[in-house]
Design a protein around this ligand. Structure first.
Ligand SMILES: Nc1ncnc2c1ncn2[C@@H]1O[C@H](COP(=O)(O)OP(=O)(O)OP(=O)(O)O)[C@@H](O)[C@H]1O
Length: 593
């Protein structure tokens, strides 16, 4: 476990942990010596000249004092190392997860990461401060005691030595008994943590269906039941093991006692010596039972280390050995195939979006439109084929360079807890206050700010809870305007916005998309009509491509799609005033058409 821990931490913490280990080792050896010094001290006290015990008593006091100092330093460094470990592990987990492909972040990961950064890190933090001392004592003090016992009576020392393999074997057996139950409990706890988070997140849905009370989440109840059962199983498996171990340790002590008594009765061992050696044997047992009582904490620390290691072992998104800077902002899919797990989403799809043009992506729900945008931003890796930006494979571009070239405006906008200004600044952290305000003004965010009582200082709440959907989207557009990337990937809102928000969002998009390469998942017919190119995605392939005028006269998916959309209730082409339509169409046309 110590080796595992040393491997996970940076050099400074490694040195700190080694210091703690050295101090605890020193303390354990001194404790063994102090125990052994009891033998001559007691022998002298119980013998014919009690006065001769003084030198031993003083030595004992000296060793005990040294041991206290070493323990104090060990405990101090141990707590220091614990606090440092927590900081370092949080950083390592945070830094590493930031480099993982987005495919790793499935729904179950929220609970896993939350458990990892709380309970798991806490279990590891306890190792240097609380667990190391009893663990080192349990192993080293008995070893020192047995070794020094040979100096007084080799026969009793040999008897004590003989008990060691038996004690070790029983310890292994008891560990084996609880290990499986511990693993199941750890998994059940992680599952339950994930379910609790999910339960909190789906509250609006549950409430809207009148499911806020009892039985709101069967999955959560099941996860909590599984956690309770797993905890019972740990107790059921652990108690017999612990009892068994304690019994064996006591039996070992009794064996030494019986053997010592036998030797004393036979006259080959003086009674004061026997008394002293028995006191020693009793003390020899103590650290071992103390260490055994910590078995569960030790196993959970070991499990915790394994869990952290497992996350750290997930390979990060590979970075190119020889990074290339793309020469432009065109987008190209070259026979791209992709699947999330089972079921192909893209099957050798090929298309090209020339620089500074607008391409509208249309297709049935689930046809892979969002996936196309995710692959451009390299949130996932393609299974085969290549995605290119400015003629360069995205795998040959560093994440930083790629992200600098792309702005993504998705429908589900997430805002961080903080002010509107802080949320916009994410687009370009080094932007001046004026630049942030200018981007906000272009995206019509200043209208929102004016309305809020705290203005620019207003907090948006976690996820932007205090703002409407349209307002959140305008902030996300302001971020993208501030970022000023040459490629914009845009998922148009499907949800209908109120007219004021609708107009504001359109204006914001006009400001964002002018003079850029634009790939838009189009839901509005006027956007589709204004596109330089329309790509119809179906069955994992681009089944049609061309302008609206070219495609509308051909039979096929696009003509069907167009007819269907026109028929659909609430479809905006008929519902919106002509002036707005024209304005919206113009706003999406990068060449001003
Ligand atoms: N993270 C994921 N893990 C597994 N499958 C996924 C994931 N995301 C999407 N899918 C699946 O991949 C397919 C394509 O999804 P995608 O979101 O790209 O489609 P879409 O055309 O954007 O759909 P919509 O128009 O409904 O938003 C769907 O079948 C979807 O269920």
């Amino acid at each position: 476990m110590i080796r595992q821990l040393l491997a996970i931490v940076p050099p400074r913490e490694r040195t700190l942990l080694r210091t703690v280990l050295a101090l605890q080792t020193g303390g354990a050896v001194l404790q063994g010596v102090a125990f052994v010094l009891l033998v001559p001290a007691l022998r002298a006290l119980l013998g014919s000249d009690p006065g001769s015990a003084w030198p031993w008593i003083w030595s004992l006091a000296g060793v005990a004092a040294a041991q206290s100092v070493v323990y104090y330093l060990g405990a101090k460094k141990g707590f220091e190392a614990g606090a440092s470990l927590s900081r370092v592990l949080h950083h390592r987990i945070g830094d590493h997860t930031a480099e993982l492909p987005l495919g790793w972040f499935g729904p179950a990961r929220t609970g896993e990461l939350s458990t990892l950064t709380t309970q798991t890190v806490m279990a590891i933090m306890r190792v240097p401060g609380y667990l190391l001392r009893p663990l080192v004592n349990g192993l080293l003090t008995p070893a020192v005691v047995v070794a020094l016992m040979y100096a007084f009576d080799w026969r009793l020392a040999l008897a004590a030595t003989a008990t060691v393999p038996v004690i070790m074997a029983v310890y292994r057996w008891t560990t084996g008994l609880t290990e499986k139950a511990d693993t199941i409990r750890a998994k059940a706890m992680t599952d339950a943590a994930g379910r609790v988070i999910e339960y909190a997140e789906v509250q609006p849905v549950l409430r809207s269906f009148g499911r806020s009370g009892q039985g709101g989440s069967r999955a959560l109840d099941a996860a909590l039941d599984a956690q309770r059962d797993a905890s019972h199983q740990v107790v059921r498996a652990g108690v017999p093991g612990l009892l068994g171990f304690t019994l064996v340790v006591q039996a070992a002590f009794t064996t030494v006692l019986v053997y010592g008594t036998y030797l004393a009765l036979g006259g080959s061992l003086a009674v004061p010596e026997l008394m002293a050696l028995l006191v020693l044997a009793a003390r020899f047992v103590e650290p071992m039972t103390e260490a055994a009582n910590l078995g569960s904490a030790l196993r959970s620390a070991r499990g915790a280390l394994a869990a952290v290691q497992e996350v750290l072992d997930v390979p990060p998104m590979p970075q190119p050995d020889h990074p290339v800077v793309p020469a432009g902002s065109s987008i190209e899919f070259d026979r791209v195939s992709f699947r999330y797990g089972t079921g192909t989403v893209l099957d050798e799809a090929s298309f090209r979006v020339p620089e500074r043009t607008m391409t509208a992506l249309v297709g049935p729900s689930g046809s892979g439109k969002t996936t196309v945008t995710r692959l451009i931003a390299r949130f996932w890796e393609v299974d085969s084929g290549a995605v290119r930006i400015g003629g360069t494979d995205v795998r040959d571009v560093t994440t930083e360079e790629l992200m600098a070239r792309i702005s993504v405006v998705f429908q589900d906008v997430y805002l961080f807890e903080g002010t509107i200004e802080e949320n916009i600044r994410i687009g370009r952290p080094d932007a001046t206050a004026e630049e942030v305000r200018a981007a906000a003004a272009k995206a019509r965010v200043d209208d929102i700010v004016r309305r809020l009582p705290d203005g620019w200082d207003a907090q948006v709440g976690e996820g932007g809870a205090t703002l409407s959907g349209g307002e959140r989207q305008r902030i996300s557009i302001a971020r993208a305007i501030l970022k000023d990337a040459p490629i914009v990937l845009l998922d148009e809102a499907t949800a209908s916005l109120d007219p004021e928000n609708e107009r504001a969002v359109q204006e914001a998009l006009t400001a964002l998309t002018a003079d850029r390469t634009l790939l838009v998942i189009a839901h509005r017919l006027q956007t589709v009509m204004a596109a330089d190119q329309i790509l119809v995605l179906d069955g994992g392939r681009i089944v049609q491509r061309g302008t609206h005028d070219q495609l509308i006269v051909r039979e096929g998916r696009y003509a069907d799609f167009w007819a269907q959309r026109n028929r659909a209730q609430g479809w905006r082409l008929g519902a919106m005033p002509a002036a707005t339509d024209a304005g919206a169409a113009a706003s999406y046309d990068p060449v001003g058409g």
